[in-house]
Design a protein around this ligand. Structure first.
Ligand SMILES: CC(C)(COP(=O)(O)OP(=O)(O)OC[C@H]1O[C@@H](n2cnc3c(N)ncnc32)[C@H](O)[C@@H]1OP(=O)(O)O)[C@@H](O)C(=O)NCCC(=O)NCCS
Length: 363
């Protein structure tokens, strides 16, 4: 690098206009406006926002040349709470790319220490940069997708005519089976599942006890869940809670694609059930499938580290994606068991971990 550009703690009061100008330059004004709304939700409402800085910037005079954000989050590792942070939102001004700035800002974050359970689900260049800066790889993991509207799904993929026809016939039959199967599961146990406006803090202890059954997972309490899944500026999350014998048995969050999305797939960014409780998992997923089909979404995607859940999803008609998501961790020594970097079952991780989902509609 020919110039030394310092990594600076982001101070919203001082740097917000420069960060906005940078984002508008790199991603365009419309995206910058949407991102400004998401950023406000971090600085004004996110639990843990007092654990600053929430981002670093590369400051060239008074101009922002790049940035990396952090999401403070509590992990539960073998039942013990571990304060940690996800890295997210790495972006360098194209004028400055290729000069090592991304490595500089990621390495700076890494040098501050602490448990970094991700970047998760990142782009290939971002993954390489994290590895070069001392993050370690967790075995990659694919999403699973259920096709609900074969015609729309096939049209999006722009296949050659004959392939499109064959895919449409096969997927239409599979979608019908999956929808009927989900409806039958809901008929049998659906009265235990309720769509809720907000998560209830009275359930926090139950969610914590469930989370303790996994080797490593993010703590989910009502404060976090309501911030992430009821207050997003434009993503329309739907929340389902399952009760059994008057006690919380699990929850699931799904959302349709935001208006105008290039790929209008719905996703299940989060769920929690007791480890191995596939009856509740199936019930929650089945209700999401029924609701998503009623909302006419073309497909529904989910990611889960639990092999029993993946098997359940397969029997419900979900297909494995061919492109796995990369995932890196750092500062894990003495916290995670080394074999957990290969063993997905030790984790309960989902698409909504890290910043997965937060920026959808503002990329
Ligand atoms: C990816 C990005 C952050 C890289 O920024 P940068 O300052 O050019 O990266 P660096 O100069 O520090 O490069 C670090 C390494 O990544 C590699 N790299 C950078 N961009 C790359 C790309 N598009 N494809 C493959 N490798 C890439 C570099 O070759 C370098 O590796 P090397 O040291 O072995 O040569 C930047 O291109 C960017 O902002 N992209 C758009 C946003 C994005 O993809 N963010 C990640 C979201 S998860």
């Amino acid at each position: 690098m020919t110039r030394t550009i310092p990594v600076v703690d982001y101070d919203r009061a001082a740097h917000e206009p420069a960060l906005y100008a940078f984002t508008a330059k790199v991603l365009g004004k419309e995206v910058a406006d949407r991102r400004a709304r998401v950023l406000s939700s971090f600085h004004e409402r996110m639990p843990g926002r007092e654990r600053g800085p929430l981002r670093h910037i590369l400051l060239d005079g008074d101009r922002v040349a790049g940035t990396l954000g952090y999401l403070p989050v509590d992990f539960l590792v073998n039942g013990v709470r571990v304060p940690s942070r996800f890295t997210h939102d790495l972006l360098i001004d194209p004028e400055y790319r290729g000069g090592g700035l991304a490595k500089l800002i990621v390495a700076h974050q890494r040098s501050l220490g602490g448990f970094l359970p991700g970047g998760m689900w990142m782009t290939d260049p971002c993954w390489k940069i994290h590895l070069a800066c001392g993050f370690d790889d967790v075995a990659p993991l694919g999403t699973q997708t259920l096709v609900l509207d074969a015609g729309a799904f096939v049209r999006q993929r722009k296949l050659p005519a004959l392939k499109a026809l064959a895919a449409r016939v096969g997927l239409t039959a599979a979608a019908m089976r999956a929808k009927n199967g989900a409806a039958a599961i809901v008929r049998r146990g659906g009265s235990d599942v309720t769509a809720v406006e907000r998560f209830d803090p009275a359930h926090d202890a139950a969610w914590l006890a469930m989370a303790s059954g996994y080797g490593a997972t993010r703590v989910r309490d009502a404060a976090f869940l309501n911030w992430k899944y009821t207050q997003h500026p434009f993503l329309d999350y739907r929340r389902l809670v399952a009760m059994r014998d008057g006690k919380p048995a699990g929850f699931l969050v799904w959302r349709p694609a935001p208006a105008g999305a290039s790929e209008p797939r719905a996703v299940i960014p989060d769920y929690l059930v007791a480890k191995g409780d596939m009856a509740t998992f199936r019930l929650l997923v089945a209700r999401a499938v029924v609701d998503a089909a009623a909302a006419r979404v073309p497909s529904l995607a989910i990611l889960t580290t639990q092999s029993a859940a993946r098997e359940s999803l397969r029997t419900m008609g979900f297909l494995n994606s061919r492109t796995p998501n990369t995932w890196v961790v750092a500062g894990w020594q003495g916290i995670l068991q080394p074999e957990w970097l290969k063993d997905h079952d030790a984790w309960h991780a989902v698409l909504g971990d890290s910043d997965g989902d937060i920026w959808v509609g503002s990329m």
